[in-house]
Design a protein around this ligand. Structure first.
Ligand code: NAD
Ligand code: MG
Length: 398
């Protein structure tokens, strides 16, 4: 029996993880499940899996959670610190599937107790960087990458002989606007941006895929997980999302991991590791796929790639800035406060001239994160002011 905790159990990755765990109840026992505020989803999952503890991050929802789980014997708790306490409980395996830097404190709790952490929550690693990988080494924890590209690299990467690796090739679908001009992308709506051509995912990562900031975050993530030098990590657009990433060795061999775009495959790999487990569903049908296409990414139409490349090669504290500003800008886009092209423009404004020492502690990371969020809000406000005055001027001249 493997004991498991799922941080972010009600999201896209969280529910895929539950799907796998619930298929093999004799193999997995659930300790804690956490969510932000989806009481119904959390309570239902806790009942089905007979979890020991269910936690909501938003304390205002704790009374509803208590009521939903009354009489089941399942413990309940609420608040961000309760999520950290849940993450600190001893289990064999923790899924880190909270979205955003909000997931960093609980991930670090799981790392500090020396656990095996399946990492979907890329924003946590992007923000904390070496502080997280150092803590993993110090506490003898293990990070198993769940992001499909990083899981693919993990499956192809010979960690015993990193010197024999020539480069890592990170594949990108290119998102829903791969072939669109910059002018056409300016009018993209949240509804269009969250519709990914190949993957079904949460709203934030879907928007990140559309701006290609997701690939930027993944470049930084790969740089921390597979430290061969960021200049040796290349990005290639592969619209079919069949090859999830590749590793090239010094003898010219290129190893790739392929599969259908189903997150249950990388999740299952991390869940069963170092063994394998069955994942039901569609098999890859090569005759139907027919062909695999590749094209160079275009940093002109997708400037997020250029920003991430500069950040990964430069000041380590800038990663936390890039991530925080992006989280704020994506939320502003989803609530229709800014346009699609403004997302990366806001991130660039916040990064512009940013210069601070590398964070020495997690508190430093949180301070950098808070400051970048405040600057992003300012940039969004001044954008809305400019847009209001432009439309007022247009109304006057009409
Ligand atoms: P999602 O929005 O579907 O789910 C997010 C989960 O986090 C939910 O359970 C939500 O309740 C919880 N949450 C949100 N804010 C929280 C907060 N402040 N405190 C505590 N919990 C909070 O997101 P997702 O698509 O499942 O993505 C989760 C993470 O996995 C992200 O970092 C994403 O980049 C990464 N990821 C997702 C996919 C995918 O296919 N969805 C693929 C690769 C990586
Ligand atoms: Mg990915």
């Amino acid at each position: 029996m493997k004991t498991v905790t799922i941080l972010g159990a009600t999201g896209s990755v969280g529910t895929s993880t539950l799907d796998l765990i619930e298929r093999e109840p004799e193999r997995f026992a659930v300790d804690a499940l956490t969510a932000h505020c989806d009481v119904d989803g959390l309570a239902s999952a806790a009942r089905r899996t007979r979890a020991r503890l269910a936690v909501v991050a938003d304390e205002a929802h704790l009374p509803a959670l208590r009521a939903a789980l009354a009489g089941t014997g399942i413990e309940t708790a609420g608040g961000a610190s309760a999520i950290c306490e849940a993450a600190a409980r001893p289990v064999d395996w923790t899924m880190a599937a909270i979205v955003g830097c909000a997931g960093l404190p609980p991930v670090m709790e799981a790392v500090r107790r020396g656990g095996t952490v399946a990492l979907a929550n890329k924003e946590a690693l992007v923000s904390a960087g070496a502080l997280m990988t150092d803590a993993v080494a110090r506490h003898k924890a293990r990070l198993l990458p769940v992001d499909s590209e990083h899981n693919a690299i993990f499956q192809c990467y010979d960690s015993a002989a990193p010197a024999s690796i020539r480069r890592i090739i990170l594949t990108a679908s290119g998102g829903p606007f791969r072939t669109w001009s910059r002018a056409d992308m300016a009018g993209v709506t949240p509804e269009q941006a969250v519709k990914h051509p190949n993957w079904s995912m949460g709203a934030k990562i879907s928007v990140d895929s559309a701006t290609m900031m997701n690939k930027g975050l993944e470049l930084i993530e790969a740089h921390h997980l597979f430290p061969i030098g960021s200049e040796r990590i290349e990005i290639i657009v592969h619209p079919q999302s069949v090859i999830h990433s590749m590793v090239e060795y010094c003898d010219g061999s290129v190893l790739a991991q392929l599969g259908t775009p189903d997150m249950r495959t990388p999740i299952a790999h991390a869940l069963a590791w170092p063994y394998r487990m069955d994942v039901p569903g569609e098999q890859l049908d090569f005759a139907t796929v027919g062909r695999l296409d590749f094209e160079a990414p275009d940093p002109e139409r997708f400037p997020a790639l250029r920003l991430a490349r500069a950040v990964v090669a430069g000041n380590p504290s800038a990663s936390a800035v890039l991530n925080a500003a992006n989280e704020i800008a994506v939320a502003a886009f989803l609530s229709r406060r800014i346009g699609f092209a403004d997302i990366v423009a806001v991130v660039e404004t916040v990064l512009d001239g940013y210069d601070a020492p590398a964070p020495a502690t997690l508190d430093d990371v949180f301070a950098i994160d808070r400051e970048a969020r405040a600057k992003a809000e300012q940039a969004i406000k001044s954008l809305s002011r400019t847009q209001t005055s432009v439309s007022t001027n247009q109304a006057i001249s009409n």
